[in-house]
Design a protein around this ligand. Sequence first.
Ligand SMILES: *[C@@H]1O[C@H](CO)[C@@H](O)[C@H](O)[C@H]1NC(C)=O
Ligand SMILES: *[C@@H]1O[C@H](CO)[C@@H](O)[C@H](O)[C@H]1NC(C)=O
Length: 128
Amino acid sequence: MDIIKHCLLILLLWCDVSFTGLIDVSDVTQTPLLWVIEGQSATMNCSHNKDHSHDQMYWYRQLPEEGMKQIVFTTAYSDHQYESGFSADKFPATKKDALTGSLTVERLLFNDSGVYFCAVSEHRDTGD
Ligand SMILES: *[C@@H]1O[C@H](CO)[C@@H](O)[C@H](O)[C@H]1NC(C)=O
Ligand SMILES: *[C@@H]1O[C@H](CO)[C@@H](O)[C@H](O)[C@H]1NC(C)=O
């Protein structure tokens, strides 16, 4: 089916899982599901209703047959930090306030299909 071949499935999980530790994805809401045409871009929104100290946002993706990889770390008050293999050109992110953020995937290729996650964590000055 051609239509299927030329569409990308970008699955965004509605996270309702709590990890203990630095990263906590409970009370985080994401765009649940996006179907996009190859070559276009897809923007995913993420928001949470924790307090304003949870102002750090991480974006991850999991492609079929791959583990979860971090794309970028964002805050409203510092430059985004991209992991190697990921660039601001392909994955522009926004973070304007403590509670929301977005990730765009530009020039989508079929192999960008996968599950994209966001997670938030609390700002800490202790630097662990
Ligand atoms: C994400 O948020 C922007 C700005 O509020 C909105 O225009 C866009 O439609 C949202 N995208 C999705 C996939 O919900
Ligand atoms: C997807 O395909 C493009 C073009 O063939 C390639 O440059 C890119 O590295 C691939 N990405 C992944 C995650 O395999």
